[in-house]
Every structure is written in C-alpha cells, then in structure tokens.
Design a protein around this ligand. Structure first.
Ligand code: 3PG
Length: 306
C-alpha cells in the first residue's frame, strides 16, 4: 500500500525514519510530501495513496475527491478539525487521530507561556510568580490534565471545568471540579484553554468570560484560535488594562492586537505546541502503527468518524 506522509510542517527526521521503518516492515511504502506550498501538490500526491498521515494539513472535500484509492487518514495529533469528516465518511474513508501522543509537549508549552507572561515576556522589570495563583483548566483531556499536574508542581491551586469528566477523576489529581464555565473564569488568575474547535465552541471565549477574571488575569491558548471571539477579546483588553493573552495560534487580528496591547499579548510565530522531537516520534509512530494495524486486522480503535 502507498502511505502518503503529507506534512506542510514536517516531522523531525527521527520520526520520519520510524514511520518509514514501521511501514516497510509491513510491506507498505511511504511517500513524503513535506513543506508543500501549493494545495495542488497535495491533490496530485493523494491521487494514488491508500493511506494518508497528516498533521494540521487540511483534508477538505477536494482532497478526498482527488484520492479515489484512499482508505484511511490518520491525523498524527489530537485535533481533527482540519479534516472534513463528512466527505471522508461519504467515500468510506476511516479517519483516526493519535490521542495523547503529543500532549506533554503542548502542556509544557502552556506552562512556559504562563511563566513568560508572568515575567512580562522576559523584559526587564518586576514580574509575578505562578505559586499560590489559581489556574483554571478549560477542558480536562489529555493536555489539560498534564498542565494541571505540572502546575501543581509550581504550587498553583488548580481547578477545572469539563462537563465530560467527573469530579473523582479530577480529585485524584488534586484538582477541584467546578460546575460552570463562568465559575472557572471568575476564579482563575490563569486559564489554560484545551477545548477543540467545534460548531459549539467557535467564538465562545469572549469579553464576558475574560472580563470576569480576577485582576491580572491571563488566558493561555494552546488549543485553537477559532474558539476565541476576537472582537470580544480586543474589547476586553481595551477595557481591562490588567488582562493578558498568550496564544500558540495567532489570531486573525494578531497584528492589531500586538500593536494595541504590546507585551500584554503574545503569539508564537507558528503553532509550536507539538513541535518537539519527542512528540513527533510519539504521534508519527502511532499513526504509522495504526495504519499498519488497520490494513492487517481492521482495527479502528481510534476512528473519529464512526
Ligand atoms: C494537535 O491537535 O495535535 C496539535 O494542535 C498539534 O498540531 P500540529 O501537528 O499541526 O503541530
């Protein structure tokens, strides 16, 4: 089988080597399309692919239509909002993710961003400490839980909101479950966002939630830019000169935010949460293994379009 590894943002060499080894040991061939700049390159490359490994690469209906042999797409990572699930399902294509495999990298970045913002983006002057502050985890999945555990090491008081996780699962980590999203934001000096981008969450974090945060409140977004109401964010940053926003996924209006709010806002140059060699190896090898297993045994454990 031909497995296309299509990564606009390529994996570390070690991860690519591991993917190739796993595939070839099972009799499959890996073809690489890395750092592509034109979508036509992707459309051409999928034309004879039976399997596809991607990162945040967009698998839209035109990609699906250009891939008549495609049986499986594995998003080497957690969020699969970049894949048109309906288009894949309509063509009988199985879509999977690799949950948990890059979580530690993202969690470490979230904590790093909190320290960075607490110390005024490492510019001279007096900053603050994380110790003793309350951190609100917005969605207690793989990344949220790891952020909570790391934050406990900093001496933070950790609370979390997640309607899909019960309080026992949080208590075991020393984390208090709060019942409402409003309670999470109004009590948290820091909020770390870990919600996926879905029709329900898009634009859901705006002026009212952010405006309820205590003085000096900081929102750290290592999730998705789409969940932010950017107009609401700009409004509340204007009204509340104490609030801060750090993100790993630049806002569409990031230039204006930077100009207006200086060191109170920060965005990485390109999404880098999962950009560690370790995360690349974990997610990449998991993706290759899942594809090999799917073709060998029909295993669809991580399928997201069931
Ligand atoms: C994910 O959903 O797994 C992360 O956002 C990582 O995305 P990336 O593979 O494009 O870095």
């Amino acid at each position: 089988m031909k497995i296309l590894l299509a990564t606009e943002k390529p994996f570390a060499a070690e991860a690519v080597k591991g993917i190739e080894q796993i595939a070839s040991a099972a009799g499959h061939t890996v073809v690489r399309l890395e750092k592509y700049t034109d979508r036509q390159q992707l459309l051409d490359a999928v034309s004879d692919a039976e399997a596809l490994i991607i990162r945040s690469d967009k698998v839209t209906a035109d990609v699906v239509a250009a891939a008549p042999l495609l049986k499986i797409v594995v998003r080497a990572g957690a969020g699969y909002d970049n894949v048109d699930l309906a288009a894949c399902s309509a063509q009988g294509i199985v879509v999977m993710n690799t949950p948990g495999q890059n979580s530690n990298a993202v969690a470490e970045l979230a904590i790093g961003m909190m320290v960075f913002m607490a110390r005024n983006q490492f510019s001279p002057g007096t900053g603050t400490e994380l110790k003793g502050k309350t951190l609100g985890i917005h969605a207690y999945g793989n990344v949220g839980r790891l952020v909570a555990l790391l934050a406990k090491g900093f001496g933070m008081n950790v609370i979390a909101f997640d309607p899909f996780v019960n309080s026992a699962a949080m208590e075991v980590d020393g984390v208090e479950r709060v019942e409402t999203i409003e309670a999470l934001y109004s009590r948290s000096n820091y909020v770390s966002l870990h919600i996926p981008a879905t029709p329900e969450t898009r634009g859901s974090i705006g002026a009212s939630l952010l405006g309820s945060m205590p003085k000096g409140g900081t929102l750290v977004n290592t999730a998705r830019k789409e969940v932010i109401d950017e107009a609401g964010l700009a409004q509340i940053l204007s009204e509340r000169p104490d609030l801060k926003y750090a993100t790993d996924i630049a806002a569409d209006t990031q230039n204006e935010l930077n100009e207006k709010f200086g060191t109170r806002v920060f965005a990485t140059a390109k999404k880098m949460g999962a950009e560690t060699a370790e995360a690349n190896v974990n997610a990449g090898l998991a993706a290759a293994t899942q594809i090999v297993d799917f073709f060998a045994t029909g295993n669809t454990k991580f399928q997201v379009n069931k």
